[in-house]
Ligand binder design. Structure first.
Ligand SMILES: Nc1ncnc2c1ncn2[C@@H]1O[C@H](COP(=O)(O)OP(=O)(O)OP(=O)(O)O)[C@@H](O)[C@H]1O
Ligand SMILES: [Mg+2]
Length: 258
């Protein structure tokens, strides 16, 4: 993986909310085809880190590059902001975000949800987009739900629709924020199956998860975030079988009992 091109490069990110310093200098790279699992206890800054990648949160310090292109920021904290909204829109349209709470548009059918960004943000051709959307719905196993509205789907089906929507923009990277934690265990299985399939296809992914088994089996690199810093990182074998830091050892013991 180290020889592959970097897709996401995060360098020395700092982010505070008022007096609360949530990220204290985090650097992280995801290479082409690499699956990076981000683990850590609640409040350690995992979601904040993901949200800084697409500038839903603007960091006070540090930089983010997508496909080698630095996201340009201007101004001084606390008024640091994107220098070029057009750049942000374009870069966001290359990032496939999947959240814990599916965030589908309730007034649109599943197919409409999947087609929305390719049609209206990426301005692609309608016939091509519809074919791509149906293919993605087939891939995640809910082609039969294309005409249904989100409220008519189970949680697992809604999350798979959200994954199909993210895939349909042909993202450079998929960013998952605890995609299974709002689901009952039996619905979780269907979503995990799709995430595994994407990993096998060689998609670049950054995955925040509480599912240690998933992290161990699909990640190339596991990153343990603690109190806003990377406390330890390595291969799944290094992180799960031979954790060095006491914090990580404690975290894994606690995770074992949940
Ligand atoms: N918009 C916000 N305003 C103020 N504080 C925030 C905001 N968003 C997050 N925080 C705080 O920042 C810290 C990190 O939050 P974050 O959501 O990144 O944690 P997390 O690691 O994703 O946790 P979890 O596992 O519970 O999802 C928490 O203490 C949280 O309360
Ligand atoms: Mg979170």
């Amino acid at each position: 993986m180290q020889n592959a091109a970097p897709v996401v490069e995060i360098d020395n990110l700092h982010k505070s909310y008022g007096p609360l310093e949530v990220l204290k200098g985090v650097s992280l790279t995801a290479h082409e085809g690499e699956v990076v699992a981000l683990i850590g206890s609640s409040g350690s800054g995992k979601s904040t880190l993901l949200r800084c990648i697409n500038m839903l949160e603007v960091p006070e310090q540090g930089s983010v590059k997508i496909g080698g292109e630095a996201i340009r920021l201007s101004g001084k904290p606390p008024n640091r902001h994107p220098a070029d909204e057009g750049q942000i829109r374009r870069i966001r349209s290359e990032l496939g975000m999947v959240f814990q709470q599916f965030n589908l548009w309730s007034h649109m059918s599943v197919l409409g949800n999947v087609m929305e960004a390719p049609l209206h943000v990426q301005k692609r051709d309608k016939v091509e987009v519809e074919a791509a959307a149906l293919e993605m719905l087939g891939k995640v196993g809910i082609l039969d739900k294309a005409a249904n509205y989100p409220s008519q789907l189970s949680g697992g089906q809604q999350q798979r629709a959200a994954i199909a929507r993210a895939l349909c923009i042909n993202p450079r990277v998929m960013l998952f924020d605890e995609p299974t934690s709002a689901l009952d265990p039996e619905l979780e299985v269907e979503v995990v199956r799709v995430i595994r399939l994407l990993a096998e296809e060689g998609r670049t992914m950054i995955l925040v998860t509480h599912d240690m088994d998933l992290a161990r089996t699909i990640a190339h690199k596991v990153v343990f975030l603690h109190l806003g810093k990377i406390e330890e990182e390595g291969t799944p074998a290094e992180v799960f079988d031979a954790p060095k830091s006491r914090r990580l050892q404690q975290f894994l013991r606690a995770a074992d009992h949940t």
